[in-house]
Ligand binder design. Sequence first.
Ligand SMILES: C[S@@+](CC[C@H](N)C(=O)[O-])C[C@H]1O[C@@H](n2cnc3c(N)ncnc32)[C@H](O)[C@@H]1O
Length: 330
Amino acid sequence: MNDATHTAGYSLGGTIHLAPRGFEEQLEHEVRRELEDSDPEAARRVWTHGRLVFAPGPYRPMAWAQNSWLDPWRIPFDSINEGARALKAIQRNWCLTSIAEHRRAALIAGALPPVKGRPIRFGESPPASPLGGWTLWDRNTIIAAPRTTSPFPEGEVRFVEDKAGPPNRAYLKLWDVFTRFGISPGPGEHCLDLGASPGGWTWVLAELGCRVTAVDRSPLASPLMDNPLVEFRSGSAFGVDPRHVAEEYGHVDWLVWDVACYPKRLLTWVQRWLEHGPACAMVCTVKFQGETDAESAAAFKAIPGSRLVHLTHNKHELTWIRRAGGVPFP
Ligand SMILES: C[S@@+](CC[C@H](N)C(=O)[O-])C[C@H]1O[C@@H](n2cnc3c(N)ncnc32)[C@H](O)[C@@H]1O
């Protein structure tokens, strides 16, 4: 923040997390739960404003946040021009999350440089310029943070979709992981895709030139069954024993998992894999059935060197990611 802003407003001393639509409760619960464990006084100062949840204190990643506003400020203003000027004085690029005073917020947004937010092609780098987040708290108060954790508007990773190649839209989740974290398997690497049918993820991996062993009870969509890079094995994902995986499947570079099962069952399976299996990169969808199992989610999040996120195309589910060998994410 520059001097003009320092004199015009004040720091809230925390982070504002933005919930995906429909998952506001999950985000608030996660924020409160984490703070109650580490800083009960801060937990009492949590507030929500629509989809925004304020967490006092240092930044802590939240799985249910699609974007996080770092060090937000409260900026009082009188006119629309004054509001737009205050934001422009801080930096160029701002993305509005409209919660209150929608018309006034839209008029201020109209006076700011437009945020493009066009869908990207898979493989293209994410936008490089920082993107701030802002909202109107009330008629005369802007809440704004010049830095957020995502370069995408409101943290939503949108792609130019491929309507011809993949058999379903699940491929967008894997594209999101690879784009967001800047990691992906390379040509010739061996990927084990558990719960692979009809094959959206297998398609992504084969398109990257990987060899894919796809395990499911149901076959893949027909073009994938004939793809020379893909070997389909009919069977249960739970039958893949991490202790014997090398003999049965050879060296595995990436393990991806998209099987619908209770999070506790997946957690046990993952812990077993981490103890006995190869130290490959892992991407697993943690699917909730009915109630969100916050306890299992917290246990996934606590696995060292891993990340738990709600991807743009995740529904009532989170995605757990671990790099090969548990190398921490930057
Ligand atoms: C959400 S779909 C996977 C979608 C897939 N990732 C894609 O991109 O097309 C879940 C799959 O898990 C499979 N499945 C469920 N239980 C399984 C099990 N115990 N072992 C293997 N596959 C299982 C289902 O047959 C289903 O095809």
